[in-house]
Design a protein around this ligand. Structure first.
Ligand SMILES: Cc1cc2nc3c(=O)[nH]c(=O)nc-3n(C[C@H](O)[C@H](O)[C@H](O)COP(=O)(O)O)c2cc1C
Length: 450
């Protein structure tokens, strides 16, 4: 039986009443606006100008749908992710694959044959948002990440490789040798594979094995046709090619960003496509910015936070990467605290790559209730003792407050980070936080007096 992939997940959504099918012909420039109006995922079955294609969107633009992908309750996604990522399973190579039913090489390569959508008002052009990008470095091994590709010509796209990442590092190493970097981009993979790709795994950790761990079985890969790489066999579409050795010199953007901002023009490398492979009846994945990206980011950031707390020997009770901070920029955790661990927990969580703001509180606070969190911050914090500020830490370009436009081409910004220890301070008895309760509350009922 074929391994579960993108279209099997669409079937799962359909069975759960989470997929709307639209048969009326739709213009690719209107798909994003239409899909974003649906409370469920959407499958466009007739695309004007692209008779062979269907387009799916909004697959994981809610925590509920991500929970279907993970096969667990919504509030267990991060814990499940962390548990499964501890047991990676190496990928296996298969001989033939659905993603290579159609092969277009050389003169046949034409990116305009794919319904790449125009998604947002200020975008610099149509772009591919839901990618599983594979690369390899002789020393560090295979890597998978997710990077957006903006259309340039029928054989070229840009690639948003502006932020620090393992693939950016691999590309820099290729540049230092004066070489291009072969890459392969799979589009239309299972959300578990997308989660693995977007995880900030240590550089020597394989996201492909992580995808296997999340799935509970080895991810099936197939050899590419024109580059020495492998891609997930069940993908809908694959672009093979190379990142040209030109560095961060080509303008790309703006992109509708996962920060909910229409970004700036960036300086990025160019991806030259040598081969397009796909299924006979392909489904293009139009990953909706920002929500689908943010719901994918949140559990990945939360799992990284859980790991950091584990290494710091702090017992986490709950953790949340609020979607308001776009899944990357903030972490809130409740812990079972021993003296001093509020600070240790803050320091551990601030170490997670993009996390900029952290709040740590005790296990009596429901961190999913903003009012309870405000209460904890109001009454458990003395700013001169409980706020930790770190200057000059790693940052993402798309946060306007880091002023990345002041950097030169290829430059990397830095940011300040703030952590708040909102646990009950040492020396203050827990009884001082006894919550207000009405006299006779448990003995009288209003309806008896009506
Ligand atoms: C849907 C999606 C799109 C993303 N797009 C980009 C992007 O365009 N540029 C980027 O630097 N990171 C992007 N990311 C974040 C990276 O995929 C993430 O940092 C990942 O860990 C990088 O992997 P690597 O460090 O192993 O290369 C995206 C993440 C998701 C989920």
């Amino acid at each position: 039986m074929a391994q579960t992939g993108f279209r099997e997940f669409l079937n799962d959504l359909d069975r759960a009443g989470q997929l709307k099918k639209i048969t009326k012909p739709v213009d690719p420039r209107q798909m994003s606006a239409l899909g974003s109006q649906s409370p469920t995922a959407t499958l466009f079955e007739t695309i004007e100008g692209y008779p062979e294609w269907r387009v799916a969107t909004g697959l994981v633009s809610s925590r509920a749908r991500l929970a279907i992908a993970m096969g667990c309750a919504e509030n267990r996604i991060a814990f499940e992710f962390e548990k499964k990522s501890a047991n990676p399973i190496d990928p296996v190579t298969v001989d033939s694959a659905p993603c290579q039913e159609v092969v277009m090489q050389g003169e046949e390569v034409d990116l305009t044959s794919i319904p790449i959508p125009l998604m947002h008002l200020f975008d610099g052009g149509p772009y591919i948002s839901g990618t599983f990008a594979v690369s390899r470095d002789a020393e560090y091994g295979s890597n998978a990440g997710s990077y957006r590709l903006m259309y340039r010509t029928p054989t070229e796209t840009g690639i948003d490789l502006v932020s620090p990442s393992d693939m950016r590092f691999y590309y820099q190493r290729a540049l230092d040798r004066g070489e291009s970097l072969p890459i392969a981009i799979a589009v239309g993979v299972h959300p578990l594979d997308m989660l693995a790709a977007s995880y900030k795994a240590p550089i020597d950790t394989s996201e492909l094995a992580l995808a296997g761990g999340l799935r509970g079985e080895a991810l099936e890969m197939v050899k590419c046709k024109t580059v020495d790489l492998e891609v997930p066999a069940q993908a809908e579409l694959v672009l093979e090619g190379e990142l040209l050795p030109i560095g961060w010199t080509a303008d790309e953007g703006p992109f509708g960003e996962f920060s909910q901002i229409s970004g700036d023009v960036k300086w990025n490398p160019i991806f030259r496509v040598s081969c397009i492979t796909r299924r006979k009846d392909p489904i293009f994945y139009m990953l909706q910015m920002p929500w689908e990206n943010d719901w994918l980011a949140a559990p990945v950031t939360e799992a990284a936070g859980l790991q950091a707390l584990r290494v710091a020997s702090v017992q986490a009770v709950d953790i949340l990467a609020p979607v308001g901070a776009c899944g990357y920029w903030a972490l809130v955790a409740s812990i079972k605290k021993r003296p001093g661990e509020g600070k240790n927990a803050v320091a551990a969580l601030l170490s997670v790559a993009e996390v900029k703001h952290v709040i740590v509180t005790d296990d009596d606070i429901n961190i999913h209730d903003p009012d309870e969190l405000d209460w904890a911050v109001a009454f458990r914090v003395q700013a001169d003792k409980d706020a930790i500020i770190i200057s000059g830490a790693r940052a993402k370009h798309i946060d306007p407050s880091v002023k990345s436009w002041e950097l030169g081409k290829g430059g990397l910004p830095t940011t300040a980070k703030l952590g708040i220890d909102a646990t009950i301070p040492e020396g203050v008895p827990r009884s001082m936080y006894r919550r207000i309760k009405n006299y006779a509350k448990d003995r009288v009922r209003l309806e008896d007096f009506e």
